[in-house]
Design a binder for this molecule. Sequence first.
Ligand code: SIN
Length: 520
Amino acid sequence: MEQADVIIIGSGIAALQLIGNLRRDLNVIVLTKSQVKTSNSFLAQGGVAAAVGADDNPYDHYKDTMEAGRGINDHEAVIQLTKQAPSVIHALIEGGCDLDRHPQGELKLGREGAHSSNRIVHGGGDQTGRRIVDCLLKKVGPNVRVKEHEFVYQLLTDEQGCCYGVRSKHPGGTVKSYLAPRVVLANGGCGQVYAATSNAETVTGDGLVLGYLAGAELIDMEFVQFHPTLLSVAGNIKGLISEAVRGEGACLTDEEGTPIMKGVHPLGDLAPRHIVAQTIYDHLRQGGEVLLDISSIANFARKFPAVTRLCESNGIAMEKGKIPVAPGCHFLMGGIRTDAAGRTTVKGLYAIGEMACTGVHGANRLASNSLLEGLVYGKRLADHINHQSKKIICSKAPRVMEENRELSLPSIKEIQHSMMERVGIMRTKNGLKLQKEWLESYPVPENLDALSITQLSQLFMLITANLITTSALARKESRGGHFRTDYPFERPEWQHKHIQLHKNRKQGEIYESINAPAFT
Ligand code: SIN
């Protein structure tokens, strides 16, 4: 049984930023279920939003973030995020990260949906995530033990409910326990719960479920962002076509070449994502095709090397200038509720990155605010931990209970397709109720030790799907990433309400309450 001062689950940008900023005398274990570079962060094409332009300022970035989030963001959290954004960019540059610049030397600033200024910083054109990850990985010191292919399936908590370690499973079936007084969840969102997604294959809601099963409170789980433009080949999703492409002038059209966003929103093709995604979805449902016309963009392949590679490897003739697109799940705004330092409601347990709900995104995340959030909150949590004294763990890992239980679970495909159909871009009370009943017809076992990694993944996706569905059923309005056709408008009485979820310990079911919590 290995021990450390800090255990970090996940290896995306938030985790790497935390690692790079932690004191070097702290012993750190990083556990990742795949390889270090298999993360959404590594795939990120969009950049980092920051008011670093001469005619920009954090207050405008704040206003755009609040507008995209439809006003239910936590004001203070957004103010702090947008104020700290420029310093995060400068720290990256000082740390040797090569960000895109004009020939004269100043940073190149791109535009994305719902931003009122050019304020997106990129690296390698559309390879920003990869560039930042590579740079942060260089800062991993000898105090950090990275363990790949370790699927964490349980958080260990003592009688007081404090988290003191984790239990993980290796593909060969070996179960290991790792102990630490501080455990950080940094293993991303849950895009794979949906049939159409931009997310890496590994992003299946594990962190959300680990926190939930350990008693942490979750919030805003109904707010799921669907990215408007994923490459769609013969009805199959192949990857992301960055919004930066529309920022450079690409236009969404129908098969006849008629622009579909004209007259829908004043920002046209760069309207907030939920509006563009809903418009495309409507069009596709009526049997049409939606194309991204890139013919107005000079030097496309040089500006967007990753998008070009993706399209060419999927047989798209780039010289025709039309990319077939469809929307798909991209980002979860809700998640495990945390305070400004990343503390969850469980002592000893922290969450950063997409699975954390810090209050900054509200009902819909502004483009390129997610890498930013990971960088800001990774650094903040490091500062918080660095200021604390080392702690000793008194508890021991409990015995592994190998129980040979037959478990019936739906297939991953069944979960993904039913979520897309009933809890996707357009939701109805009936669809949501049907989905909840179906998901709850599969009981969640108490003891997870005997399950295989495949069964654990299915189970975690099932629980994540239920958390989203429960919240979506409870919010009786439409707002940002949550659209209900039976309540198609924002309702003022919901403006300050949040759906909170936690596990009902006695009955093992989801307990939900509607509240107006103050994020701190
Ligand atoms: C994109 O490049 O369109 C995605 C960026 C983001 O989601 O922030």
